[in-house]
Design a protein around this ligand. Structure first.
Ligand code: GDP
Length: 471
């Protein structure tokens, strides 16, 4: 158990309490289901001794190194609106359509796979950082490589920076595609120097970021883009065990007349086959049909590949995991239990960081950093506030600014904070209505200030453990 705790960055011992969420995951790994002791009241941290564990039939397999095989990399395109994400995805897909197949690709399932030199590459076809972070907020880190799309005539724009912060917070591999290089107004040198300025020095300038010149319109550089993705994927050595118990992540779901709930999933491990019973969040299902990105009905899918699955009991959430189990009886039983837990609000809203609870959560869990998304009225304040914040010394915890930018607090900021368990600090800015709604739903804390020393003092006090928790 102590070694199981290490991936959660917890160095446990027999006397140390752990979070209920962590205990839940450890139980699940060993084929147990954790239930809170009925005698126990209230929330907070629970000692493992205070819970009853009951076995359920869920199959959890250890990953064995020697059974791992290379899998397709999963790529997401992000960037500023109109810089050409959709056009690039379409153009890459068209490179696969040979004359004989023209018109053969009809299906839009939210992801597709293309072959480059015989090797598969999977693209998530829902560009934008909102979808990316909404998934991550549910614990699903599906993407291996983010391609930051920047129009070479326009350069780095606010959403380019947002996208970059999302990709950095997720810790995924990053590459840059300079699109619209067919335009006479394209200025590659200017964008490369902008990239250099924000710490993304291109490889040909002695840095580490692959920056490729492409055009979705003329097809310029697309082959090079694919080749570079393949090479990066090789370096990442992305592997999965095709014989393991299948797991897949939902990336899109919808209700289709005549088919019922349909979800697009990407296989994480194992081989998903028609006929297998599965659990997905609180829902259960049995794989009735698998349809690939060409609209063909297939019998099975390998890790890294996308497909559409029919056979869910209801519409699953994006980001939820499909986990295959042994029997239909087991999945129905587990689904009933999970639905009951939801009814009783046991699995309710996730606990998120707040400034006031920062210290408590550092003391009793594995949080070692206060993560902040910072929005200010003008560039001068972004620089001043972030400098003051990073200057705060604390031996109790670190401070990590995930994203800093000028402008009102928007939905993307909230999703980034939610996915990374960060708080949002606004200095002389407003909160967009949509962002307020999402913040409420995701229980993300937004703190607004108009006096700089109040802001700094409060963060300082939180980091020193001096703020009184508010309930
Ligand atoms: P998105 O918002 O990032 O998905 O951008 P779109 O793919 O919708 O593209 C925005 C606009 O730029 C469209 O009018 C495209 O036709 C145009 N566009 C996209 N790629 C290129 C390109 O490589 N060259 C030129 N000239 N126009 C492009």
């Amino acid at each position: 158990i102590i070694s199981d705790l290490i991936p959660f960055k917890i160095f446990g011992n027999a006397d140390k309490a752990i979070d209920i969420e962590v205990a839940e995951k450890i139980c699940e790994k060993h084929g147990f289901k954790l239930e809170r002791d009925k005698r126990e009241k209230g929330g907070g941290v629970h000692k493992v001794e205070e819970v009853i564990v009951e076995p359920v039939a869920q199959v959890v397999e250890e990953v064995e190194e020697d059974k791992l095989e290379l899998r397709a990399p999963i790529i997401t395109f992000m960037g500023h609106v109109d810089h050409g994400k959709t056009s690039l995805l379409d153009a890459l897909r068209k490179t696969q359509v040979t004359a004989g197949e023209a018109g053969g690709i009809t299906q839009h399932i939210g992801a597709y796979c293309i072959f480059h030199n015989g090797k598969p590459i999977t693209f998530i076809d829902t560009p934008g950082h909102a979808a990316f972070s909404a998934m991550r907020a549910r614990g699903a880190n599906v993407t291996d490589i983010v391609v930051l799309v920047i129009a070479a005539d326009d350069g780095i724009m606010p959403q380019t920076k947002e996208a970059l912060s999302h990709a950095k917070a997720a810790g995924v591999q990053l590459m840059v595609a300079l699109n619209k290089c067919d335009l006479p107004t394209a200025n590659v040198m200017r964008v490369k120097s902008q990239l250099q300025d924000i710490g993304l020095a291109p490889v040909d300038w002695g840095g580490e970021i692959e920056v490729m010149e492409v055009s979705a319109k003329t097809g310029l550089g697309l082959d090079n883009l694919l080749e570079t993705m393949s090479l990066q994927a090789e370096v990442l050595e992305l592997k999965a065990d095709p014989k393991a118990s299948p797991r897949a992540t939902v990336i899109e779901s919808s209700m289709v007349a005549g088919k019922g709930p349909v979800a697009t999933v990407i296989i994480g491990q194992g081989t998903l086959k028609v006929g297998q019973p599965f659990i997905c969040g609180p829902l259960w299902g049995k794989v009735k049909a698998i349809i690939n990105d060409r609209g063909e009905s297939i019998k099975s899918v390998l890790p890294g590949m996308p497909c559409e699955v029919i056979g869910f009991s209801d519409m699953p959430h994006v980001g939820d995991e499909v986990v295959v189990m042994n029997s239909e009886r087991d999945v129905k039983k587990l689904s009933e239990e999970r639905l009951e837990e939801i009814r009783q609000k046991k699995l309710s809203v996730p606990r998120r960081s707040t400034l006031e609870h920062l210290f408590a959560s550092i003391e009793d869990s594995n949080k070692k950093a206060l993560k902040i998304v910072l929005k200010c009225d003008v560039q001068g304040s972004v620089e001043a506030v972030s400098k003051c914040l990073t200057d705060i010394q604390s031996d109790k915890c670190n401070l990590d600014i995930l994203h800093k930018e000028v402008g009102a607090i928007n939905e993307s900021d909230v999703l980034l904070a939610s996915a990374s368990d960060a708080i949002i600090i606004g200095f002389n800015v407003k909160v967009e209505n949509k962002a307020l709604t999402v913040a409420k739903r995701e229980t993300v804390q937004i703190k607004l200030y108009s006096i700089i020393y109040e802001l700094i003092d409060q963060v300082k006090e939180a980091m020193a453990g001096l703020l009184d928790p508010i309930t």
